[in-house]
Design a protein. Structure first.
Length: 122
């Protein structure tokens, strides 16, 4: 059985190019998702002890391009937040087609630096 915490640290050192991740990043726990199936990838989930660890990883992600690698990193959100984010996707796509700069921030959209306000018909 592999140690997921060590694998996450190795990923941070080798692919995110964080020098000495053991001293910078504090992991509360790390584990794989789902049951084992031969020839199937099981994703890893890591919970960090401190916000500084998350900030360090996010800064490293800005410097490294994972698009050409088999790896991906995402932040987990509660189910309620995911529903609210999903509702904003259409607005985000339309704003980008209009040539505007769009940044999703948790459950909000920033379009050209100002918050997007959805007009809902009740």
């Amino acid at each position: 059985m592999e140690n997921c915490v060590l694998q996450v640290m190795r990923f941070c050192r080798d692919h995110l190019q964080i020098s000495d991740p053991e001293s910078v990043i504090q992991i509360d726990r790390a584990h794989r998702l789902g049951r084992y199936h031969r020839n199937k990838v099981r994703h890893k989930v890591a919970k960090f002890k401190a916000v500084q660890s998350i900030i360090c990883i996010k800064n490293a992600l800005k410097r490294v391009d994972l698009r050409r690698s088999p790896y991906n990193m995402t932040e987990q959100y509660p189910a309620e937040d995911l529903k609210r984010r999903k509702a904003l996707v259409g607005h985000m796509v339309q704003a980008r087609l209009d040539g505007k700069r769009v940044v999703p921030v948790r459950v909000k959209l920033l379009i050209d630096g100002s918050p997007f306000v959805s007009i809902s018909m009740n």
